[in-house]
Write a protein that binds this ligand. Structure first.
Ligand code: GLY
Length: 455
């Protein structure tokens, strides 16, 4: 295997096990996020029957496959109706942005996720930034452009480093951190001139560069109140020590020691609550999972982005740490009920997930490589979540850039990181690589605390 270069008082939602009601639950999507959702919901409701759209190689043995794509909303809503699905959980942003929740609700189906209008918090960066500005939510200075000359002039005035973002959905590739003006002009030329991001890049947001440490905060919300899940940290760069191009995420860990109770309280009062109020005031209450990407800068906490769905790979550490029932929260929201604001209870210890990726990712890579996972690798404390895998005549094959996400849970961060790394190293396929430094900032902090450098 090659390595790459609260207050909050604990929120008490009883972890009810849904033994009596034999629910039929459909998961829309088939990546690492959806495998983690399936894993958690099966624990919350061991007797439920699970269905998933075109499940990957790890999900397939755990559910019944629905041979309809996540984007075929009409066919999926018809299928869910005729198959008496009690709850549909939508994983990816694209069907949410295309209105899957509105369509399901129109048919009287119970579905967890935001409406098309509310999903604009992710599907339109311009909308999201304007919302933050109007609601007084701290974020970087920005301007929105659909005209190349105007955008170029702004970059020249503002200078570098600077961030150029496609306003629309761009499969996680639409934010380009430009360290020089030339890089920014090139990014603008690609987006607004050559339309390399298609419709998503017809409008761009140009944002001031922010420096600091990132935090991902996932909150289940009914549109008014929010239950905040354990904070986590993603690693977007492909290379160790955060070098190389951005990816969808090469690993994550939870908890994050910089996310103290006071930081979480501030995220709630200065970011999540005003955002939910602004969404409701604008006629698009946000119900579902609100993902807030935060930067802890010298000037305080600032929002990098909002997403309308669970973070991936963050969810692969947040859910294994979650003690409360996710299903209870999702059902309450999907059925139009109210949550009680708080913090979801998490188990003690830490979780680290290491993504094993295809050689060449995030640029071009080959698919169809045979994957070997030792039989004794998985245990209660080691879960291999599948992302880009499929099975063919009993063989497990790669089918994407991020292939597997290997999560270890242990009594402390160091043990979890070591176990996740060791487990990732035992997985083999041609070209496989992973980052062996997931959680390096946390590791450094812990060393410095141990030596008395950090009081
Ligand atoms: N890990 C980043 C995201 O899910 O958007």
């Amino acid at each position: 295997m090659r390595r790459s270069g609260g207050s909050p008082a604990a929120y008490f939602f009883p972890a009810r096990v849904h033994r009596l009601c034999h629910m039929r639950i459909l998961i829309v999507g088939n990546g690492g996020r959806e495998h983690a959702l399936l894993w958690k919901l099966r624990r919350d409701a061991p007797d439920a029957e699970f269905f998933a759209t075109q499940p990957n190689g790890g999900m397939a043995p755990l559910c019944t496959a629905v041979h309809i794509g996540a984007g075929d909303i009409e066919a999926l809503s018809g299928w869910a109706s005729s198959h008496r699905i009690d709850l549909t959980v939508v994983g990816p942003e694209a069907p949410l942005a295309a209105g899957i929740v509105d369509r399901f609700e129109h048919k009287g189906l119970s579905v967890f996720g935001p409406s098309e209008e509310a999903a604009r918090i992710e599907s339109s960066k311009a909308f999201s930034k304007d919302l933050m500005r109007d609601a007084g939510v701290p974020t970087a200075e920005y301007r929105t452009f659909s005209n190349l000359a105007g955008a170029q002039q702004w970059v020249r005035e503002r200078g570098a480093p600077i961030v150029v973002k496609a306003s629309g959905l761009a499969a996680g590739k639409g934010a380009i951190v430009c360290m020089t003006e030339d890089e920014a002009l090139e990014a603008l030329g690609a987006m607004l001139g050559d339309l390399t991001f298609g419709e998503a890049g017809r409008e761009v947001v140009i944002e001031d560069f922010m420096d600091g440490e990132e935090l991902s905060i996932l909150a289940v919300t009914d549109g008014v109140d929010a239950v905040i899940l354990q904070p986590s940290q993603d690693h977007k760069r492909v290379g160790e020590a955060d070098t190389g191009p951005n990816t969808g995420g090469m690993g994550a860990y939870a908890p994050v020691s910089i996310a103290t109770d006071s930081v979480i309280a501030e995220v709630r009062s200065r970011i999540i609550e005003p955002t939910l109020q602004a969404m409701s005031a604008g006629g698009a209450p946000f119900r579902g999972i609100l993902y807030t990407g935060i930067m802890k800068t010298d000037a305080g906490l600032k929002v990098v982005e909002f997403n309308c769905r669970f973070g991936d790979p963050e969810v692969q550490v947040v859910l294994p740490m979650m003690k409360d029932s996710l299903l209870d929260l999702m059902k309450t929201v999907a059925e139009g009920g109210s949550l009680q604001s708080g913090v979801a209870a998490a188990r003690t210890g830490a979780a680290v997930t290491t993504v094993v990726a295809s050689g060449g990712y995030p640029e071009s890579y080959e698919k169809g490589k045979t994957i070997s996972i030792p039989d004794d690798l998985e245990s209660d404390d080691c879960i291999v979540f599948h992302a880009g895998t499929r099975t063919d005549e009993g063989r497990l094959l790669t089918s994407g850039g991020r292939v597997l996400s290997v999560t270890s849970v242990a009594s402390n961060f160091t043990a979890a990181a070591q176990a996740s790394r060791a487990a990732a190293d035992r997985i083999e396929f041609d070209g496989a690589f992973f980052r062996a430094d997931i959680g390096w900032r946390e590791g450094l902090r812990q060393q410095r605390t141990a030596t008395g450098e950090l009081a």
